[in-house]
Ligand binder design. Structure first.
Ligand code: TEU
Length: 554
């Protein structure tokens, strides 16, 4: 298989709003990112995924774009972006932009035109339907709660929005829309960017006739009925032919609802669609069986192991994996599957990082993950900014699924805002993120969880991530090795091997606070230790709380 640059990459995701503020307005910006590029290079990551920076009314913090070729005013100017891109390239860093084209903002000029009249030339840029029996055209829900349809009185019709009503879905079945999007993509690529992360790209081709689905507990059918539609691969192949194939890019499709079979096509190694996809199965392994994400976490390590191992096994030699625990939509992994205690937080963060980074695929590090940043201790719903958290909270409260206190506890466990509190740079005011009032509160634990402190300490989470990333750079067994899961039913241990030619690894991870015994396979009994999260080796066949060890044989 011809090696592609992104197969040995480790990507650093930046949520610009919360990364670094340079002008004191309490909101991160492009100049702030530019000032921190050396930090990102120091970590060893070589590619940056920027969450959206385009003009937006910020109904969904930039995932509602009103001008694809202009910069959100809070983040700066196009000249600021050009400076960021130039300095990144000087430092050997690539820039991947977030492409949000399943929907636009309702303030985009296309939608303003489209809604103005039923015969407007832009009408079919979006998905308009008559109501049915005095109600919405079908029973789909929005991902943010409520119906996926909004009635528009100007023309007496409904428009589809799988997310907020200020995010109308674009009509990808219209070839004029596809060409508008491809032209815009090429405009950014001509500026020299190095790829795209494609927001909910698995939803762009809606099923014929937009049929009703099986209603869930909230009375609506899932918005994921729109996933993996009839023309998705056709449109991705057209995008590849007309735009992507003309450049050497990293492209990653965020594919809500994607199955393994779909991923084998989206991320196939022949390069006819995308480089890789973000799947969600492992991120839903701890969902409540009835209420899903916004309910009591249901941790089940054997289930998580089965899911991740199936993706490792099934894509091997067929398609490329992405690897992630954290992003701007997920609660912090150390709070979700690790420990927040002073004794074990860093150790569990290193264990979780090892478990992920020794797998096959391109790893993504989300801002602050390399520090072991944790969820925020929310105390009231008025503190929450995230439209998805608020929409689901209101839905569940209205249906009597949870009390207010249960709702807040949910937010502490599950809200996307847990990932969006400001980056913790140092122990000075507002963690060095801003000299103003931050748009979202800084986690009070910044006084002891921050980059400055960890850069000074050799055994910090930051330096541990540095080592993991450096190993990937130089070891083919990590990039290409065959994956095998051991002890699939063990409730607390995640143990797997990687093998490539004469090299092999044994990765053992204790996902618990308890000491565990395990049997080291004979071939690893005298193997060298490649990396571990305790300074001294454990007694033979024992794993201490949150311990991880990687054995290496040649
Ligand atoms: O997220 C897609 C999506 O489905 C998410 O809503 C995710 O599944 C959910 O938040 C997990 O609970 C993308 C962006 O990453 C997200 O920030 C946007 O809100 C969304 O699309 C709409 O653009």
């Amino acid at each position: 298989m011809e090696e592609k640059w992104w197969q040995r990459s480790v990507v650093y995701q930046i949520y610009p709003r919360s990364f670094q503020d340079s002008d004191g307005d309490g909101i991160g910006d492009l100049t702030g990112i530019t000032d921190r590029l050396e930090y990102i290079r120091e970590l060893g990551t070589d590619t940056i995924w920027l969450s959206p920076i385009y003009k937006s009314p910020n109904d969904d913090n930039g995932y509602d774009i009103s001008d694809y070729q202009d910069i959100m005013k809070e983040f700066g100017t196009m000249a600021d972006f050009d400076r960021l891109l130039e300095k990144a390239h000087e430092l050997g860093l690539k820039i991947v932009m977030d492409l949000v084209v399943n929907h636009s903002s309702d303030e985009h000029r296309w939608f303003v035109e489209s809604r103005s009249s039923a015969d407007n030339p832009y009408r079919d840029y979006y998905i308009w339907r008559e109501g049915k029996n005095g109600a919405e055209p079908n029973n789909w829900c929005s991902c943010f709660g409520g119906s996926a349809w909004e009635f528009d009185s100007q023309t007496g019709m409904y428009y589809l929005h799988l997310f907020s009503k200020k995010q109308p879905d674009l009509n990808w079945d219209n070839p004029v829309v596809r060409d508008e999007i491809f032209r815009m993509m090429d405009w950014w690529l001509q500026k020299g960017i190095d790829g795209f992360r494609m927001d909910v790209i698995s939803l762009i081709s809606k099923p014929e006739g937009l049929p009703d689905g099986e209603p869930g507990p909230n009375g609506y059918a899932s918005f994921l009925l729109a996933a993996n539609g009839p023309h998705e691969h056709e449109y991705l192949q057209e995008m590849n032919r007309k735009v992507l194939s003309r450049y050497d890019l990293l492209t990653v499709g965020e594919c809500a609802g994607v199955t393994l079979e779909e991923a084998k096509s989206c991320a196939n190694l022949d390069g006819s669609e995308l480089s890789m996809v973000f799947q969600f199965e492992h991120m839903e392994a701890d969902f409540h069986p009835l209420l899903g994400r916004y309910a009591e976490q249901c941790k089940d390590l054997p289930k998580l192991k089965e899911i991740m191992s199936r993706w490792q096994r099934e894509l091997e030699g067929v398609a490329w994996n992405s690897l992630y625990w954290d992003n701007h939509d997920q609660p912090r992994i150390v709070s979700r599957y690790g420990s927040e205690s002073e004794e074990h937080r860093e150790r569990s963060a290193k264990m979780l990082a090892t478990c992920l980074h020794m797998m096959q695929g391109t790893p993504y590090v989300y801002q602050g993950e390399e520090l072991g940043m944790t969820n925020y201790p929310w105390t009231g719903i008025d503190q929450i900014n995230d439209i998805e958290s608020l929409g689901n909270y209101r839905d569940y409260r209205a249906r009597g699924y949870m009390t207010e206190e249960e709702g807040i506890r949910m937010m502490r466990q599950r809200s996307r805002d847990n990932a969006r509190t400001p980056m913790q740079w140092d122990a000075t005011s507002e963690a060095g993120f801003t000299t103003g009032k931050p748009w979202l509160p800084v986690n009070p634990n910044y006084v002891y969880i921050n980059a400055a402190e960890q850069l000074r300490r050799p055994d910090s989470v930051f330096h541990y991530y540095q080592k993991l990333i450096a190993l990937r750079r130089k070891m083919d067994v990590i990039v290409y090795g065959h994956y095998e899961l051991l002890e699939p039913d063990h409730p607390d241990l995640f143990i797997y091997t990687r093998s490539y030619g004469y090299e092999s690894l044994l990765v053992v991870c204790n996902f618990s606070e308890r000491e565990q015994g395990y049997k080291i396979p004979e071939k690893y009994q005298n193997a060298e230790i490649l990396i571990a999260n305790y300074p001294e080796p454990a007694p033979y066949g024992t794993l201490r709380p949150w311990e991880c060890v990687v054995y290496h044989r040649t």
